[in-house]
Each structure stands twice: as C-alpha cells, then as structure tokens.
Design a protein around this ligand. Structure first.
Ligand code: GLN
Length: 509
C-alpha cells in the first residue's frame, strides 16, 4: 500500500478498508486534497462535492464499524461523468443548455454506486452531450492530458480518463457511444470498458444516441475496472433495453486471467493506413505477448468495418437530433429570449435558446441528423446506414465463429495537441475508427495500455472485443496481457507519466 493513498489501486484501497487499516474518510480526504492541488492544471472536474463525499465516506465508515457486511468497493471514492444524473449535484453534460440544473433523481448507475458505498467526489468534464473525442467541445473548457498538458485526454470522457491518470480518483464512470470510454483510456494509459449493450442501465444518462449509448467502468487496472463493472452492471427494470441476466463473471475473470488455448483474432481492417507507427508497434508487441501466453492468434477480416464510421455518422446524428429535441426552452434547462423582439413566439424563444445553448458540434450533428431523417432522404441515408449496421454485426458473428475475442489498436494515434483537430471534424471523427464497430453491433470492448509510442513517448492502447454478453473474456485477456506488459515495462505504464504538482514536469506551468 503506497503511503500516498491517491497512488493506490482501488482493489488495494478496498482491501485496506476491509482490514480497517485505513478509513474511507482518510481515503476520500486524500483525493480531495489531490484535487485541490492539481485540478487547476488538468480540469478534470466540472463540480467537486467536498462535503457530500466526506459525508458519504463517514457513513460507510460507520456502517463498517457497526459490523454491516459491505460491498467489495465500499468506501472507495469515485468520480462520475457529468452525463449521469445525480440528486442534489449539478448535471450539465458539458453543455450551457443544462447549466445550473440539479436533477431530482439519480441515474441507476449512481444509485448502485451509492448503495455500494462509493463516495462520489464530483462530476467529470466531457464533450458537450458526449459528442467529441477530445473534451474540447465542452462548454466549460477542455480537460488536459496529464502526460502532456498541451494535449487532449480523449473524449468524450476525457474528464474521467484524466481524473484517473492524474490520481484525482481511483475509479470513474464513463459512457461509450462510439468510443468515449475506450479512446480516452488509450490516450492516458488507463483502462476502460464498454460493456455489452444493455449490460449497464441507461436510466438517468442524458441520452446521446440511445441505440449506441452504453455506460461503463473506468479504472487504472483491469481488476479495478472489473470490480466497478460488477457494481454498475445488472438488470434494471427502468431501462427497457436492459439485459435480464446477472453481470457476467468479470471479477473472477480478472483474478484468474488466462489466455491459454484462447483463439484471438487480429482485425485486418483496423490497423493499416492512418495508424501511427508507434501505436502499431505497441499493438504488434502485445499480440506477440498474447501468443507467448499461449493464445492462438489469427488474422480475421471484417470487410464492412470500412463503412462503420460513415454509418455511425448518420445513425448517431439522427438519434441525437431526436433526443436533443427536448431542449426546447420550455420544460427545463436554459431559456433565452430573442433580442429586440416584443412578445416572442415559442419558436423564437426555442431558436434563441438553442442558438445560445448548443455549441457548434452539437448544432452540426442536429442539422445532419434532421436532414438524414427528413422525408425523401430517410431511406437513402438512415435506411442505408441501418443496413450497414446489420452487415457489421454479421462481420462480428462470422469472426466469432473462428475466434473467442478480437483485438486492434484502440485509437489510431496517441493524444493529439489541443486545437489540432478542432477545425476539422472529419479528422476528429477518424480517431474513433476502431472503436465504433462495437457500438454499432452492441458487443463489449475494452482498452488497456499497450505501452508508449516511440515517436512521442505517449501512451497507446490495445482494444479487446468479445461477443455480446461475454464481457468476462475482455477481463481474462486484459488482465493476462496487463500482467505481461507490466513485466515488459518494469511496472505499470502510467507510473511513467510526469508527476503533476512537480512543476518542473509540467509544461507551461
Ligand atoms: N467521439 C465519438 C463521437 O463524437 C464518440 C462519442 C461517445 O462515445 N460518446 O461521437
């Protein structure tokens, strides 16, 4: 157990809490102190709930003292992505549209965290309504990558990835519609899982694209991520797409990692042109490590993955334009009156509100989606995209007849510089080229760090994909590979990140 509690894994903290060698108040306070020291540089949090977190920590400590039997992560604090509703805590989804909104209810995931005794440290930054790959679309300014503060921490969940990589929380929640858990994990050397669609409740998430959205766990190790997955997941009657089955045995898989005899498919279409050489090199090494661990590795072709990005950017905007129609200036959220209009009509108020409340990326997607769904174009655009989606699901099914899991680089590049892709939406979208197929097919995926790229010394990620409801396979492969990589690098890759607070290591500080 490190003397600095913020450097400990969630599982080490959980063990120490269970053994009574540390209290939740101490662990939570250590993280609040860390937040006070470094979040001014990283900007992971949109809201920190000092009093609430300490209150929850005290309550768990009391329950433990009273001899109550508590969950595995009881007392371990967590950061929650601002897309999840939290009673009494602001929930902005990174948008001006929801500035100041304090929801009257908790998302099911948040209810589960509270019941399991995880004190909530605060709400993490994100691209507005989860649209983006960098957090630069947050209405409250970007989060920064602890590896290099001039670079992006990924998106949309860059608040949650940077919170972990800067040791401001041992665990965080995310949502992944096209990669927003996995790509941020990849560029910060952290771990993140997008569970099988329906494996974790969507009730109380501000919806982006309902057929793609999936909440999931973010951690610094595969085991920590599994422990959180087990808390977050499971059937929820409040979500009609929730799977009626227990959470897959993810913790057991992470603890008994073994890939011997496992058939692993390298996706041919994810890794060629456009992939940074250092990312590719770390991926190839990881594949060799998996072979050395006893897995059987083959190349698998998923030819329709080439059309995934195009299909996604029709389906996502279509669903988003419909989901965001509720921000009409009437029911809740922002309300802006048009300038110089006496007695404005409802349409005028709506237009002025949306103009002021939505950022450029959100407007872009609403326009795209509304167009794709309009009569006369519906079949040509949305209809065709749905057909491509079916073909991608078929590619996965064919692949899983031959292999148990698929692997690819998580993102084609390491973290890019803030501002680099802001004016070029296509370039930004391309960062999700490898993560999007899983959302279209509803299958689970995970990213773990694969090492540092030679050209820039920045983290790269490897993605593991499994068939629907077989989430435990991600953890078997992830934990086995993680152990081999820790050996190869002489410790966790994140240990090589500059230590924030040590101003010499902070560029521009
Ligand atoms: N970056 C992707 C997008 O902009 C994914 C977003 C997400 O997963 N929420 O749509």
């Amino acid at each position: 157990m490190p003397t600095d509690l913020t450097r400990a894994t969630a599982s080490a903290l959980a063990d120490a809490l269970a053994a009574g060698t540390v209290s939740s108040v101490e662990v939570t306070q250590a993280h609040l102190d860390r937040i006070a020291a470094v979040d001014g540089q990283v900007h992971s949090y949109l809201h920190v709930d000092t009093e609430g977190a300490i209150g929850q920590a005290r309550a768990v400590d009391e329950r433990r003292r009273a001899g109550e039997s508590l969950g595995a992560l009881a007392g371990v604090p967590i950061a929650v992505k601002d897309v999840m509703t939290t009673t009494g805590l602001p929930t902005t989804c990174g948008s001006k549209m929801l500035e100041g909104w304090v929801p009257p209810y908790d998302a099911t995931v948040v209810t589960k965290l509270r019941e399991a005794g995880l004190p909530i440290l605060g709400k993490t930054n994100m691209d507005e309504f989860a649209m983006g790959s960098s957090t630069e679309h947050s209405a409250y300014g970007p989060s920064r990558n602890p590896w290099d503060l001039e670079r992006i921490p990924g998106g949309s969940g860059g608040g949650s990835s940077s919170v972990l990589a800067s040791f401001q929380a041992p665990l965080a929640t995310g949502t992944d519609t096209g990669g927003s858990i996995r790509q941020p994990a990849a560029v910060t050397a952290t771990v993140g899982t997008k569970p099988t669609y329906g494996g974790v409740s969507r009730y109380g998430l501000v919806a982006l694209a309902s057929s793609l959205d999936q909440a999931g766990p973010c951690g610094r190790t595969v085991l920590d991520t599994a422990l959180l997955h087990a808390v977050m997941g499971g059937h929820d009657p409040m979500d009609s797409t929730s799977i009626e089955a227990p959470v897959p045995p993810v913790v057991e898989a992470a603890r008994n990692a073994d890939v011997k005899g496992m058939r692993i498919g390298v996706v041919k279409e994810l890794g060629g042109e456009g992939y940074q050489p250092g990312v590719r090199a770390r991926f190839d090494e990881s594949v060799v490590l998996l072979e050395e661990l006893g897995a059987e590795v083959v190349e698998v072709s998923c030819p329709n993955f080439d059309y995934a990005l195009a299909a996604y950017y029709l389906i996502l905007p279509s669903e988003a334009s419909s989901n965001l129609a509720k921000f009409d200036a009437m029911r809740y959220g922002l309300r802006v009156l048009p300038d110089g209009v006496d007695d404005p009509s409802a349409e005028q108020v709506m237009a002025a509100t949306r103009d002021a409340g939505f950022g450029p990326e959100v407007k872009r997607r609403i326009i795209l989606g509304t167009y794709a769904l309009s009569s006369g174009y519906y079949d040509a655009y949305y209809g065709s995209a749905q057909k491509v989606r079916a073909l991608i699901a078929r590619d996965f099914n064919n692949a899983y007849e031959k292999v148990d899991v698929l692997v690819s680089p998580t993102a084609p590049t390491t973290a890019f510089r803030l501002g680099d892709k802001l004016e070029d939406p296509m370039a930004m979208y391309l960062n999700d080229i490898a993560t999007i197929p899983a959302n279209l097919a509803g299958v689970p995926g995970m990213s773990i760090p694969s090492g540092l790229a030679d050209e820039d010394g920045l983290p790269a990620g490897i993605q593991i994909l499994a068939p629907a409801t077989k989430d435990e396979r991600l953890y078997s492969v992830g934990a086995a590979l993680e152990a081999a990589l820790v050996d190869r690098w002489g410790g966790p890759i994140l240990d090589r990140a500059p230590v924030l607070g040590d101003t010499a290591a902070v560029k521009g500080a």
